[in-house]
Design a protein around this ligand. Structure first.
Ligand SMILES: Nc1ncnc2c1ncn2[C@@H]1O[C@H](COP(=O)(O)OP(=O)(O)OP(=O)(O)O)[C@@H](O)[C@H]1O
Length: 743
């Protein structure tokens, strides 16, 4: 099982004019003693620092990449950064961050100067170069750039006046992102340079005793590479996060004034939380304090998450910085053991097979997928203004979105963007609810009232237009009739009788209220007759309304509505509420007038009501087990089967929505970890190995028993409340593997 440890590169900057280099900190390259390269990535290199309390004692810090004062920007890039370009083009997120005391050379390493460009400009050039070679994709690049200043996030791509504090959020998939961060497309290196140079001027920089242009904030530049494979209709998204951290500060040395002190304390606090996060990860702690600072939340994915990480430790020479150097190196040593589980961010763009509409309302809350899945620093397209590009959502909006984890087999992933149920809720909680209260309901955990409302709504909308049309038509006919009557009054009784004949058709569709005038006219009728007529009128009106409803529905809707009424009727008859049941059965009959069993049922209940006798419904039939593995979804209770058995079906309640099935459909298959910082990433990220691994894991996944598979799907980072300040548990699988010491 492969995980990826954060790689460490240490760089000692040269002595500045005002400084004394007393050899307190030294880089040793045993293999290069005879001269040669000023760096080593071959192993064996180490840094020595004398113990401040006992100068005879020498601390030794071995790292795979150690760069001394003579190292060049080019060397660092070639050895440690360039290999990561292929990783980004493999659809993985890479995070490179420069760490060190103030004035140790972080900005120099990341940004550099015009004559000595640093990591950032080189990465951009390399990404554009690489783009030329990946012809199978339609590739686009974009950038976002933010700073974290006094624990608040600001957009550096807009002017400071237009840069409100941006909130850090977490989506349903556990992906941490900065809301409303601008993302700009870049089509050429020059375009990037212009944007970046302008944005860098917005960064908070101030003079301290140690650095004339000291960064007062952490800066995070993200370059996103989106690759659309038009043949497979799949989009890969790789990201490069380049982080220039503010330096830890010793206020005795910096000579900070009160305002600088406030900045300094925010910087030191966030760096201290960063240390705590690393420490907690190394301890295998159950809670990692990511949420204690914005910096660690944003870097969450780079530390114990799903991106490939490189930490460049910048060191300043001389005894003045010795304690800071030791602190930095201690941090580096601890970070060295942090394991990530990189994933490929891949989105399948093929259209989704449409879930049954009833399924959407069931809301199977997804078990959280693997670690903060996409990347720590991502942007959102929501609500962004002109000139901004919406982040292509990595949440699976289409048929499937596989997060292919290098190395872990099968963390689950939900196939559709179901609305999230309560965070942290078990995946099938809603379903369990339905089952548990089944006895009191007619199905789907819905009450009778809800079913009735649903039916009414569905019917009402369809009927409204038709009723309006009919009323208008009736009004027109009545007006015509009155006009004819007036004309007939003039031409005599003979003609009148003839002229009335065309309205014969109306008699068969006697409009409601027509009997009332009749009653008024025949005042001499005895009371009994009057009552009878009133009853008839009521009956007519009720029947007429139901007939109208039934007329405008499609055959399928009629059948469904009929079933629903039968289900309700049955529930009422079981409660002994026979009159209500009878009314409901009658309503059902207007939708399914040819159903013989229904007619019989109505007669039976009518008899019971009339004779005040108890009615004993026939026992429900046992429904045959369905052969299909996927239970059929129904929007209405399964009380009545397709053949419109009145209510002789099983009492097993409605078909339940199979989360398992749907989740498998939108499976997330994770892949074997083949990416390393140092070892031939080109090879490890080849399409071939990617596909092969995917197949193997899918097979392995398929061979699991359903129970195991379900369990597997449930694994992943717990869903946390974005607003809560609670700590976040590290990804369950990562924890497990850490504990086991699996690499
Ligand atoms: N490798 C290097 N070669 C030459 N000069 C360097 C090197 N590294 C740093 N410097 C110089 O050291 C000074 C401090 O460097 P830089 O501003 O990069 O430090 P920093 O770690 O970013 O500081 P802060 O945390 O205060 O922002 C600058 O003048 C820079 O030009």
């Amino acid at each position: 099982m492969a995980t990826h440890k954060v790689k460490i590169a240490a760089r000692l900057r040269p002595r500045l004019e005002s400084e004394i280099d007393d050899d307190s900190v030294k880089i040793v390259h045993p293999s290069n003693d005879s001269g040669g390269s000023s760096s080593s990535t071959a192993g064996g290199s180490f840094i020595t620092v004398a113990n401040p309390r006992d100068p005879t004692q020498i601390f030794k810090f071995p790292f795979s990449s150690c760069y001394d004062q003579d190292s060049t920007q080019e060397e660092i890039f070639k050895n440690d950064v360039e290999p990561l370009i292929d990783v980004v083009y493999g659809g993985v997120t890479v995070t490179i961050f420069a760490y060190g005391v103030t004035s140790s050379g972080k900005t120099h390493t990341m940004q550099g100067t015009k004559s000595e460009p640093g990591v950032i400009p080189r990465v951009v050039r390399a990404l554009f170069e690489k783009r030329k070679t990946v012809r199978q994709y339609q590739t686009s690049l974009s950038i976002s750039y933010m700073e974290i200043y006094k624990d608040e996030v600001y957009d550096l791509l807009v002017t400071r006046e237009n840069a409100p504090k941006l909130p850090v959020r977490e989506n349903d998939s556990g992906m941490v992102f900065v809301a409303n961060l601008t993302r700009m497309p870049i089509s050429a290196v020059e375009e990037f340079d212009n944007l970046y140079n302008a944005a860098t001027k917005h960064r908070s920089v101030g003079a301290t005793n140690l650095n004339r242009a000291s960064s007062r904030s952490h800066a995070v530049l993200t370059i996103e590479v989106t690759m659309l494979d038009p043949i497979a209709n799949i989009t890969l998204t790789g990201k490069m996060n380049l982080v220039d951290l503010a330096g830890s500060e010793n206020n005795k040395l910096t000579g900070n004034d009160p305002s600088r002190m406030a900045e300094s304390s925010a910087i030191n606090k966030s760096l201290s939380v960063l240390g705590q996060v690393v420490h907690a990860l190394n301890q295998g702690a159950s809670r990692i304090p990511y949420r204690n600072s914005k910096l660690t939340r944003i870097l969450q994915d780079a530390l114990g998450g799903s991106s490939v990480g490189l930490l460049i430790c910048n060191l300043a020479p001389g005894i003045k910085f010795r304690q800071d150097t030791l602190n930095t190196l201690n941090f580096a040593v601890r970070t060295k053991n942090v394991e990530n589980r990189p994933v490929v961010n891949e989105r399948d763009n093929r259209p989704a097979s449409k879930p049954h509409f009833a399924a959407v309302s069931i809301q199977p809350a997804a078990g959280k997928p693997a670690p903060a899945v996409v990347q720590a620093i991502s942007t959102t397209g929501s609500g962004i203004g002109s000139g901004r590009v919406g982040r292509p959502s990595l949440v699976p909006v289409s048929r499937s979105h596989r997060m292919s984890s290098f190395g872990s087999a099968g963390n689950g992933y939900q196939p559709f963007t179901f609305p999230q149920a309560r965070k942290g809720a078990p995946m099938n909680e809603k379903i369990q609810e339905s089952e548990s209260d089944r006895s009191g309901n007619l199905g789907f955990g819905m009450t009778e009232k809800e079913i009735d409302e649903r039916i009414s709504k569905a019917v009402e909308a369809a009927v409204e237009a038709e009723v309006t049309r009919r009323l208008a038509e009736r009004e027109r006919l009545r007006a015509e009739e009155e006009q004819r009557e007036r004309e007939n009054a003039l031409v005599g009784p003979m003609t009148r009788s003839q002229s009335k004949s065309p309205s014969k058709a109306q008699e068969t569709t006697l409009p409601s209220g027509v009997l009332t005038p009749l009653l008024k006219r025949h005042k001499d009728l005895d009371d009994e007759l009057k009552n009878r007529l009133r009853e008839l009128e009521q009956k007519y009106e009720r029947g007429s309304k139901e007939t109208q409803l039934a007329d405008v529905l499609s055959p399928v809707s009629k059948k469904k509505t009929g079933r629903a009424y039968v289900a309700l009727a049955r529930a009422h008859s079981e409660k002994g509420d026979l009159q209500v049941a009878l009314d409901l059965y009658r309503k059902a009959e207007t939708y399914v007038p040819d159903n013989v069993k229904l007619k019989e049922r109505i007669i039976e209940i009518e008899w019971s009501v009339k004779n005040n006798k108890e009615y004993v419904p026939s026992p429900r039939k046992q429904r045959k087990a369905k052969s299909s593995k996927q239970p059929r979804l129904k929007s209405l209770p399964a009380e009545v089967d397709d053949a419109m058995e009145v209510d002789g079906n099983d009492a097993a309640g409605p078909s339940k929505f199979s989360v398992k099935g749907h989740r498998r459909h939108g499976n997330v298959t994770e892949f074997g970890m083949e990416v390393t910082n140092t070892d031939s990433p080109n090879k490890s990220l080849s399409k071939r190995s990617f596909a092969d691994t995917q197949e193997d894991l899918e097979n392995a996944f398929a061979s699991r028993t359903p129970q195991k598979r379900q369990k597997r799907l449930d694994l992943g980072t717990p869903i946390v409340n974005a607003d809560s300040e609670d700590d976040v548990e590290p990804p369950a699988l990562a924890k497990k593997s850490r504990k086991k010491g699996v690499l």
